[in-house]
Design a protein around this ligand. Structure first.
Ligand code: MG
Length: 262
């Protein structure tokens, strides 16, 4: 099932996305929230009549760095033996169709296409064999990075945590499994229709299981928390006016435009 979050007539709701043709998708409004047992209401609205919101409002986004060897090398970094994580704040999250605001303190904004894991239940110290039980589903992410600031500043809070630096969406796909992802889904990023990044999730150094075990050793994850799993090679600059799109096989396409911060 594909679960979208959207606003309609001033109300926020979740809906199950039905249909195959991109311009004929329909939302069946969910009674309740997707983090508990829920029912479909049978009330349907065309997706193009609503505004999509970020599919979740995470308490925290935990992002992993250098999880694709070729990407680590393209920036001149070593491939880490153990996973390493950083945070993106909840205020960095935007949805598909929202604008990425180019921050005033950077002159080198980069895109990073990533698979995002959405946590479905409160958990900590999750053993490998239980990882699939704590995942609600998967969505597309773009780990927008002020590369010049990242190089200058030891901690990445500003470089990777500024407002609008975490586009998520368009919706959560709940039918994928960690093993399907380990076998490899295509992850692709285009800027103004031109391909910039192309990889497969099977190229991840540390698997979904490794990452969830690693982070829950340290902290409790809450329903709606998001894990970013690293970017394949091909990262590069964005400029004001660009349209950037992340497409992951079996999930969908996350599209955002870059604007000057007003
Ligand atoms: Mg990243």
């Amino acid at each position: 099932m594909r679960i979208a979050r959207f606003s309609i007539d001033g109300n926020v709701a979740f809906g199950a996305v039905e249909g195959d043709k991109p311009d004929e998708l329909v939302l069946d409004i969910i009674k309740g929230i997707p983090f508990a047992d829920f029912e479909l209401s049978g009330t349907k609205v065309p997706l193009d009549k609503v505004r999509l919101l970020p599919p979740v409002l995470p308490n925290k986004v935990v992002a992993y760095g250098r999880n694709y060897a070729e990407h680590a090398r393209e920036l001149g970094n070593e491939v880490p033996d153990t996973p390493f994580a950083f945070f993106k704040p909840s205020t960095s999250v935007i949805g598909s169709g929202d604008d990425i605001q180019y921050p005033s303190f950077s002159e080198e904004l980069h895109h990073e296409a990533e698979l995002a894991v959405v946590i479905g239940r409160m958990c900590r110290e999750v053993p490998r064999e239980r990882v699939k039980d704590v995942i609600l589903g998967y969505t597309c992410a773009n780990d927008i990075t002020a590369r010049d600031v990242q190089k200058r500043e030891k901690q990445w809070a500003r470089a990777k945590g500024f407002d609008t630096s975490c586009p998520l969406g368009p919706w959560i796909e709940t039918d994928l499994t960690p093993s399907a992802i380990g076998e490899g889904l295509t992850i692709q990023l285009t800027v103004n229709g031109e391909q910039r990044q192309l990889g497969r999730t099977s190229e991840m150094i540390h698997s979904i299981e490794d990452l969830i075990v690693n982070i829950t050793e340290a902290m409790t994850l809450l329903p709606g928390d998001v894990i970013l799993t690293g970017t394949p090679a091909g990262v590069g600059p964005l400029t004001v006016g660009d349209e950037v799109a992340v497409t992951i096989e079996g999930i969908g396409t996350l599209t955002n435009k870059v604007v000057k911060r007003g």
